[in-house]
Design a protein around this ligand. Sequence first.
Ligand code: BGC
Length: 267
Amino acid sequence: MSETETSETTSNTANLVALDPDGYAPVNHPGVTVPEDRRCWSVSWPEYTPTDITPPELRPSALAAHVPAWAEAAPTPAEVHDWRRRRAAALVPFKLDERGWPLHPHGRTGRTGRNLGKWGENQAADPIVAAGNSEQRWVLLITRDDIGTEAIPGGMVDPGETAPAALVRELREETGVDLADHRPTILGRDVVADWRQTDHAWITSTSALYQLPARVTAIAADDALDATWWPFDSLDQLDTAVTAAGRTLYAAHRPLLQRALDHLNQP
Ligand code: BGC
């Protein structure tokens, strides 16, 4: 075998993500590639076979024996019976397919199954806390304990909870900072490109901006390994500081942080 053949084989193997013995992919599997012109659900693509990233505890056989506290029991969206209510309450509108399964609002993701609490929309709340002024600004981020990246100290909205209440609760739980007396600016309600999303289960987030005159003490707890104030005059500056510290900015939160900067920098 020539040297070229050897290195090709090696790199091909490195790119493969192994399926588990039951034929399911790990939750960080990139899925099948979806060309931009096939993303939209209205474009017919009969051969489309997305990768199933359902983790072992959410597979139908496991759910029949035990439903984790953070998840709904339905093994498929066909066993969910309140789609009308869920669609009316959705932060970002979505449709159902001919089987009655919810469809990701942004189109095909290349991945199927569920690795989130609910089928369809799962709501999160993301409090962006900025301190300082136009001379020097800071933003409070946490190190997530699941993927180890620097992210907004947000979390999932609990059943029966409102997004504003979840913003305050998550911030307090993850950083010890209590802004219950502050009135934030709601920046948007968006789909977040979370690594767990699939064609039939995804996350939307209410993001809100809190502005403080100066940094306050933040102590990491709950899902946060660390809580840090980072320089926040631009996304580039934030990225450079995070990278220089040997850390990584959570990519899915970049658009939310940019929206906060746009708001802070508007004349
Ligand atoms: C996090 C939120 C985030 C969402 C989407 C949740 O687990 O707590 O901050 O926006 O996932 O990635």
